[in-house]
Design a binder for this molecule. Structure first.
Ligand SMILES: Cc1cc2nc3c(=O)[nH]c(=O)nc-3n(C[C@H](O)[C@H](O)[C@H](O)COP(=O)(O)OP(=O)(O)OC[C@H]3O[C@@H](n4cnc5c(N)ncnc54)[C@H](O)[C@@H]3O)c2cc1C
Ligand SMILES: NC(=O)c1ccc[n+]([C@@H]2O[C@H](COP(=O)([O-])OP(=O)(O)OC[C@H]3O[C@@H](n4cnc5c(N)ncnc54)[C@H](O)[C@@H]3O)[C@@H](O)[C@H]2O)c1
Length: 448
């Protein structure tokens, strides 16, 4: 048995690192188990390399805009391999800085997977055991695979980051965050993208803004099929073809990206043997304080059924450590009004309720303000399309319960407005705020 700790954390992704760092700062003796790279999905297969590709897509578009307004040089294609190396260097730097910080904070990093053999005991891959009064499951999730013929001919999101070259003709199956983000950025970088979703895009986002985004995607040349049902993939002489129960054979494509959701990494942890419950999808069940039904066993991040976002994982992990080791018995994450941005092209963001959800909840007490306008950088370059913004307000004092933004700059603009919504901003407070001009953000304080 290895020396016991106050806390063992399974997984060094966003959730596990945040929990371990905060617990160590409170003086806890922490062991962090991770068989893979430090930083997990977000750093190596998610937010960070995705955002790098998204920036590259913006730069590709900026080159075109520059040409449109009078710069002389022809834009060239991205050297895909060189940019992969640039990304890898950046990501390696993050990984190394986590390793240094863990050392500095006194967290014991063990480069192995663990599984429960009792509620307070973890067995490592090498057979050794360790104990702690508190164990946090932060093992994340992985791309869903489908049991359909030819699935292996396609790739999942992890594989996009190791591609040696940009696929020319690409089908993306799915209509969630991953599908919409990769569709926009890969089309902008030069792929010819077709999206095969089996329902509307981006369930959970405001219908009106999603429709507007889909129109913008289509104007960029992305073909969006929201009613498809892919049942098989075949390799043929001219490429990969997909059998779609709704439309027959589709393709050919050079590559297929399955973007059909994610499944939690919970099945290899011995959870049932100690009485920890999971839902039908395998998510670890916790209460609002991240506690499972088993004393001392907690879960945070994508392995739970909460919104699968890095800042959510980080915030929940920190609150848990504050409660367990920081003398803050009331600490827990408020899961209301979590802002979220889809890094589509252009980005789409929301905080609070959609118009539909607000009307279901508050009926006639809802007032909606919206504005549509051509962003200045698009007007100057002759690019088509308009931004769309929407404020969803409730009651006679018009408390803002939903803010929805589609257009360039959304990704940077929404954070501050999310603070305002969280502290109960009313429409008249926005009206009383002097605008910053010229900007897109000013439209949110100028709605009539
Ligand atoms: C393509 C993509 C883009 C994304 N973009 C964004 C974005 O822009 N913004 C955003 O907020 N979110 C984004 N997300 C979501 C975000 O990446 C996740 O919500 C976040 O990484 C979850 O962190 P986690 O710590 O719960 O899990 P993970 O980061 O998956 O970490 C879990 C860790 O546990 C380890 N592990 C597994 N089993 C064991 C075991 N038995 N013992 C020990 N360790 C184990 C794994 O190796 C892994 O390192 C994106 C996701 C994807 C896939
Ligand atoms: N910008 C961001 O913050 C960001 C980016 C990427 C991912 N994420 C997080 O990661 C999570 C996972 O993203 P995701 O896109 O993998 O999942 P998702 O849950 O957002 O979308 C899954 C999509 O797959 C479709 N689908 C499911 N089964 C299917 C099938 N058999 N055939 C065809 N389509 C099918 C669903 O209809 C849905 O459109 C997101 O919910 C989000 O929380 C966040």
């Amino acid at each position: 048995m290895i020396a016991s700790h106050d806390l063992i954390v399974l997984g060094a992704g966003s959730a596990g690192l945040a929990t371990a760092f905060r617990a160590a700062q409170h003086g806890a003796r922490v062991a962090l188990l991770e068989p893979g790279a430090l930083g997990g999905t977000c750093v190596h297969r998610g937010c960070v390399p995705k955002k790098a590709l998204w920036f590259a897509a913006q730069w590709a578009q900026a080159q075109q805009f520059a040409l449109d307004v009078g710069f002389a040089s022809e834009p060239g294609p991205l050297d895909w391999e060189r940019f992969r190396q640039v990304r890898l260097r950046y990501v390696d730097g993050i990984d190394q800085s986590y390793a240094r910080r863990l050392k500095d904070e006194g967290v014991q990093l063990i480069r192995q997977a663990g599984r429960f053999i009792a509620a307070d005991t973890i067995e490592l891959a090498d057979g050794s055991r360790m104990q702690a009064a508190h164990i946090v499951v932060a093992t994340g999730a992985r791309p869903r695979t489908l049991a359909l013929p030819g699935f292996g001919l396609g790739m999942v999101s992890d594989d996009v980051f190791t591609l040696q070259s940009l696929p020319r003709r690409l089908a993306i199956v799915g209509g969630g965050y991953v599908a919409v983000e990769f569709a926009g950025l890969l089309q902008a970088l030069g792929s010819d993208v077709e999206v095969l979703a089996h329902e509307r895009l981006l369930e959970g986002f405001d219908t009106e803004l999603v429709r507007a985004l889909q129109e913008l995607m289509e104007a960029q040349g992305i073909r969006v099929n929201p009613q498809s049902a892919v049942q098989a993939a075949h390799r043929e002489a001219d490429g990969i073809r997909l059998d779609d129960a709704a439309a027959g054979s589709r393709g050919p494509y050079d590559a297929v990206l399955w973007a059909v959701g994610r499944v939690p990494n919970s099945e290899a942890l011995g959870l049932a043997s100690i009485g920890v419950e999971t839902d039908e999808g395998g998510h670890v069940l916790t209460d609002a304080r991240q506690d499972t039904k088993v004393k001392g066993v907690h879960a945070v991040g994508d392995v739970t059924a909460r919104k699968a976002l890095t800042p959510v994982a980080v915030a929940a992990g920190r609150r848990l450590a504050d409660r367990l080791f920081g003398g803050q018995p009331g600490a827990q994450l408020d899961y209301e009004n979590i802002p979220s941005v889809v890094f589509s092209k252009p980005p789409l963001g929301m905080v609070g309720l959609t118009e539909q959800a607000a009307r279901e909840h508050y009926g006639d007490a809802v007032t909606v303000y919206r504005t549509r306008f051509t962003p200045m950088q698009w007007a100057l370059t002759g690019a088509h399309g308009r931004s769309l913004m929407k404020l969803v307000c409730v009651g006679s004092d018009e408390r803002v319960v939903g803010i929805h933004v589609l257009g360039p700059g959304t990704d940077e603009m929404l954070q501050g407005f999310a603070v305002a919504l969280k502290v109960g901003v009313r429409k008249r407070d926005l009206d009383a705020t002097v605008a910053i001009h010229p900007s897109s953000a000013e439209e949110l304080v100028l709605m009539g």
